[in-house]
Design a protein around this ligand. Structure first.
Ligand code: FAD
Ligand code: NAD
Length: 513
């Protein structure tokens, strides 16, 4: 967005309200935040509630005021505002039925950066379209890309992460590159929506959160809009395989197919060439596809460019700025959100790329910037929706490389199989002994074994709970179509103990009610 073209688009859309030159920005602010996303805005709220007249300056290299990202791959595609481009204020319908905007607050909420210093009641100003290149923690000074310096009392780095591309597309000819995009901003939504509205063919690469959510949303949008094919191509055997155990990942993939996504697992793109209109994609499994646009959803990298000039440490394996449990990188310098590699006193060093974490860590950083000195001990959660039949929430280390135990409720007793045991475990064939599935029928006496027989009808993993284990303790919980139980899951993780019978723990989740 901070390209000349992005700036021009923002100007045309009346978005650019920031000063045209950094000279007009304050030379000193009590609170300075680098990055203008979710963690930044959450930090502002918490600073303001602890220091009512706080003056907070956000430096953001985007040309928009702070906004949330989750609806970009979900709700916005289900909101019927077909004729608007762009959709005004990016308004969308929440699951409660009420409408809201992607933006946390309307424009009027913000103070003009030129007036912040003189504002009697303080407030928040956003310097849009400016980037920070360096922080000097010793002299408490940030330097912008153009060399302008601002001093601070307390500073937060909340630079988030940037989508990765694949080398074959990054290094491709311009006529191929113009048919390839990543997905993170409202501009990306606008661009992809234009393709979808024109009933074009869209190929998504990646099986993770964005790839899977977007594939579902686009398939739905195409149906409503009367056409447009959606491919989802990935190397793995099923959707969301970094989070879901194999059996559930494959089951989810079959649901995605039912929704109209043309899923191509176990595949990667070997070559991409351009004809008049579209890209010809040759896959390593021998398939050839024609697509009008390719959306690369292969993860993101934390924005840590300013680490080296600022002499800040970046975690070698997890990425992100290394901070302690209080989210401090140095004295008076904090890091929150996607870019923060923090020390979780319970689960060890971590980096989390989810909305709730950015809210909670931003809030804590804001409190600590106003003197609280609190550790980050609250386990944040995440959620995702994959069409009408799948919604899940997770907490802790929901990582499918760990051993898991999943306990599921069968929707009815009509599956035609029964056993006298109340519960029967079985091993997922492809996973060896790593993942245990327990299928648990509603009836008190009848129970059902989920067979490992390929000819057997697949069980319906309609609702359940999955425990992720490390050293035999529960370190993560995934609530599968099971809502309002995150608090319980959090309590169980915080108990940090070994349970003899995970089925007893599962019963606490009342998966049948
Ligand atoms: P960001 O929101 O990325 O904000 C960082 C900001 O800093 C950006 O504006 C960036 O341009 C700016 N910046 C970077 N470097 C500099 C610099 N040097 N100077 C100035 N500014 C800079 N999570 C969920 O839990 N549930 C969901 O359903 C969900 N859906 C998502 C859907 C999409 C399409 C995407 C992309 C993400 C989704 N996420 C979801 C993830 C969630 O949005 C992120 O974890 C969250 O946005 C991270 O917040 P942040 O403030 O750390 O970073
Ligand atoms: P992701 O980490 O969820 O998934 C990345 C996927 O990229 C992997 O699962 C793999 O399939 C693929 N991949 C990685 N390297 C590859 C390679 N070299 N070639 C081919 N495929 C490769 O990342 P994402 O889906 O791109 O999402 C980006 C960020 O946004 C993540 O931080 C994610 O957590 C966040 N997000 C979260 C939610 C949510 O919480 N509901 C929703 C959307 C996005």
């Amino acid at each position: 967005e901070n390209t000349p073209e992005g700036k021009k688009r923002a100007q045309l859309a009346g978005l650019l309200t920031s000063p045209d030159s950094s000279e007009k920005l304050p030379k000193h602010v009590p609170y300075l935040i680098i990055g203008g996303g979710t963690a930044a805005f959450s930090a502002f709220r918490s600073i303001k509630s602890n220091d009512a007249k706080a003056k907070v300056l956000i430096i953001s290299n985007e040309n928009r005021k702070p906004y949330m990202r989750p609806p970009l791959s979900k709700e916005l595609w289900y909101t019927p505002n077909a004729n608007e481009d762009p959709i005004k204020d990016y308004r969308f319908k929440q699951w409660t039925g009420s409408e809201r905007s992607l933006f946390f607050e309307p424009d009027e909420f913000f103070v003009d950066p030129e007036k912040l210093e003189d504002s009697v009641n303080g407030g928040i100003a956003v310097a849009q379209g400016f980037a920070v290149k360096k922080v000097d923690a010793q002299s408490r000074t940030v330097t912008l890309n153009d060399g302008y310096k601002i001093t601070y009392n307390e500073c937060l780095i909340a630079t988030g992460c940037a989508p990765k591309n694949l080398p074959m597309f990054r290094d491709a000819a311009p006529n191929v590159r113009e048919k390839v995009m990543v997905y993170r901003t409202p501009d990306d939504f606008d661009r992809l929506r234009r393709y979808a509205t024109e009933k074009r063919t869209i190929a998504i690469v990646g099986n993770g959160f964005i790839g899977s959510e977007l594939a579902c949303s686009l398939a739905h949008y195409s149906k409503e809009n009367g056409g447009g094919k959606v491919y989802q191509i990935f190397q793995e055997g099923g959707n969301m395989s970094k989070v879901l155990p194999n059996y559930l990942s494959r089951w989810t993939m079959s649901k995605m197919k039912n929704q109209g996504v043309c899923v191509i697992p176990n595949a990667s793109i070997k070559s991409a060439t351009r004809d008049e209109e579209s890209l010809k994609l040759e896959l390593n499994n021998g398939m050839t596809l024609l697509s009008d646009i390719v959306v690369i959803c292969v993860g993101c990298s934390p924005n840590t460019n300013l680490a080296s000039p600022s002499k800040l440490e970046v975690d070698r394996s997890l990425g992100g700025f290394v901070v302690n449990a209080e989210l401090e990188a140095r004295r008076n310098l904090y890091v929150a959100g996607d870019a923060s590699c923090f020390y979780d006193p319970l689960l060890g060093r971590r980096r989390v790329e989810h909305h709730d974490h950015s809210v909670v860590s931003g809030k804590l950083a804001g409190e600590n910037m106003t003197g609280a000195k609190k550790p980050y001990v609250h386990q944040s959660m995440f959620w995702s929706d994959l069409g009408p039949e799948i919604g899940y929430e997770g907490i802790g280390l929901a990582d499918s490389s760990l051993p898991t135990v999943g306990v599921f409720a069968l929707p009815s007793a009509t599956e035609g199989r029964s056993s006298t045991d109340n519960l029967t475990e079985n091993r997922d064939a492809d996973d060896g002994s790593k993942h245990t599935i327990i299928v648990n029928e509603k009836s008190q006496t009848d129970a059902v074994t989920c067979q490992d027989d390929a000819n057997e009808e697949q069980p319906n993993y309609g609702r359940g709970v999955i425990f992720y284990l490390k050293n035999e303790k529960i370190v993560g919980v995934l609530l599968w179509n099971l809502f309002n139980r995150v608090g319980l899951a959090r309590t169980i993780i915080n108990q940090n103990k070994k349970y003899d019978d995970l089925n007893e723990v599962a019963k606490l989740f009342e998966i049948h009610s």
